[in-house]
Design a protein around this ligand. Structure first.
Ligand SMILES: Nc1ncnc2c1ncn2[C@@H]1O[C@H](COP(=O)(O)OP(=O)(O)OP(=O)(O)O)[C@@H](O)[C@H]1O
Length: 251
């Protein structure tokens, strides 16, 4: 379970406009185990910054993050052990094969050779990576790189999974496969959070949706609850109403 409480993060303005950028402003929500929680918002809404605070890459200026009920600031290393993260920069090592990328992360987590082999096989099968598992990742397609980064993030079998725009740039078939995989993670009882600016994607996959615009949570709930809150039958209309614009909301 992942809880965000009153998170705030600002950045100094650079260039001609030196006004401080308020990227995340009082963001709070809980993502439960056995559920997929979607962070939906247009470009620049604050999704990536929120996720970075959840996975301890950035410290919030205000507020706190709890992973499985424990404050991450108290023990960041323990929080990281309980997390699998697909960051926005996938950062796959190009001189290594997909298998070696996964193995390297397994070794960093202190797993045994046998455990790494077994997890690699299971993840490769679930993500349909068998065809390219032993190829050097240089030259990989975007989908192959994303799958490698996801497998690597999950090698230590974490209970909580955070993915920044996991289907970004993927074709329809790869996206379908990945959606199936995320549902599998949920059905295993894990807490899954992912961000997206694509409404249809979030609607198709998520048990709960947190709608973010201009750094703030403007609504959260199931898609039925969001429809009821806005008085719109159509989810797309509901989101447009919540966000106040259609800009950046579509594929
Ligand atoms: N390191 C940084 N320095 C300065 N400004 C930043 C930094 N990181 C984010 N921002 C600003 O904070 C705001 C929120 O950015 P963020 O990347 O969190 O949005 P997002 O919802 O993930 O957007 P996208 O869908 O375009 O990736 C934006 O205005 C962005 O320019």
């Amino acid at each position: 379970m992942i809880t965000a409480e009153h998170l705030r993060k600002t950045f100094p303005g650079k260039g001609k406009d030196s006004t401080r950028v308020v990227a995340v402003d009082d963001v709070g929500f809980t993502a439960h185990d056995g559920q997929i929680t979607g962070l939906l918002g247009p470009n620049g809404a604050g999704k990536t910054t929120t996720l970075r605070m959840l996975y301890t890459l950035m410290a919030p200026e205000q507020g706190r993050v709890l992973i499985d009920g424990r404050d991450v600031a108290a023990d960041p290393a323990a929080a990281r052990r309980a997390l699998g993260v697909l960051p926005d920069a996938r950062g796959v090592y190009k001189r290594l094969t997909a298998r070696e990328n996964i193995r390297y992360f397994g070794e960093l987590h202190g797993l045994s050779r046998a455990d790494i082999e077994q997890r690699t096989q299971a993840l490769s099968q679930a993500l349909q990576m068998d065809d390219f598992l032993d190829r050097q990742t240089e030259g990989f397609s975007q989908g192959q790189r994303t799958k490698t980064a996801i497998a690597r993030a999950l090698v230590h079998d974490p209970r909580n999974v955070i993915l920044d725009e996991p289907t970004n740039g993927l074709d329809v078939m790869t996206t379908r496969g990945l959606r199936g995989f995320l549902k599998q993670l949920r059905d295993e009882g894990r807490c899954v959070i992912f961000s997206s600016h694509i409404m249809q994607e979030v609607a198709a996959l998520c048990d709960r949706i947190v709608v973010i615009a201009h750094g703030k949570v403007v609504a959260q709930g199931t898609s039925d609850e969001l429809r009821a809150q806005t008085g719109e039958d159509n989810l797309e209309e509901a989101f447009v109403k919540l966000i106040g614009s259609e800009e950046g909301l579509h594929a």
